[in-house]
Design a protein around this ligand. Structure first.
Ligand code: HEM
Length: 212
């Protein structure tokens, strides 16, 4: 391909963004079916966990609602078009996202209290709150480039709900959840998600050498 036939950088970036959201959306749909729908329909492998979820329902209802808000608002607020054309909507949804993260994190920690997953969940919640608070502060300070970076990190933590459940149907993976693996696994997913986002944010600096 000659230089003139190469797609321009903004077009490439927009194609990458579309592909990324289609990939994340398909993964979320896969997890919704293989984890949440099967949990609701009492899939035998999930039976014991289903009983725990039912017992935890008072905390799980606000937790799940907050998590769903955070999960759905992310893609809307990352859209440059919506942000440019409806800034007020972006701000309102952004506030709902921040409140959702705080409720989701607090209820998540409360749900994990007294269980093996507590240390991992606490670290995950701390990362969620720190990244989201930094995104809020940078937005208020009109540091828009940094605001987008912190939002990308915050959403990476939001998305660990999906990524950590992709392998749920694999019996060996599922049978290890609930013990030490669950505690360490949550930390590993959070760390990996944050590192992947930061590699993405620094991709140009990592792949091109400065000429001076
Ligand atoms: C997109 C964000 C999130 C959504 C939609 C969400 C939703 C849910 C749902 C539906 C459950 C019960 C069913 C299942 O485990 O699959 C659950 C469980 C749980 N979530 Fe979340 N969650 C999110 C993020 C988080 C985060 C970031 C944390 C950590 C701070 C967390 C902590 C927990 C814990 C500890 C449980 C186990 C509850 C129990 O044992 O009964 N969640 N979540």
């Amino acid at each position: 391909m000659t230089t003139s036939t190469l797609p321009a950088l903004p077009a490439l970036r927009s194609r990458f963004k579309t592909l990324l959201w289609v990939g994340l959306g398909s993964t979320a749909l896969f997890v919704f079916i293989t984890s949440e729908v099967l949990l609701m329909t009492d899939y035998p492998m999930y039976h014991a966990y289903r009983l725990q979820v039912i017992a935890d329902r008072l905390l799980l209802i606000p937790h799940t609602l907050a998590g769903i808000f955070a999960l759905l608002i992310g893609p809307i607020n990352f859209s440059s078009r919506i942000r440019q054309q409806h800034l007020q909507l972006h701000r309102v949804l952004g506030r709902i996202y921040v409140i959702s993260v705080f409720i989701g994190a607090a209820t998540g920690v409360a749900l994990a209290t007294g269980r093996p997953g507590f240390p991992g969940t606490s670290m995950q919640a701390a990362a969620w709150i720190v990244c989201t608070t930094a995104a809020l502060i940078t937005a208020r300070n009109h540091q828009i480039a940094q605001h987008r970076q912190w939002m990308a990190r915050s959403y990476a933590v939001t998305f660990t709900f999906v990524s950590s459940r992709v392998l749920n149907l694999w019996p060996r993976y599922w049978s290890h959840l609930g013990d030490t693996f669950a505690a360490v696994g949550v930390i590993a997913f959070t760390l990996a998600s944050l590192l992947i986002v930061d590699i993405g944010l620094n991709w140009r600096e990592l792949t091109t050498r400065r000429s001076d």
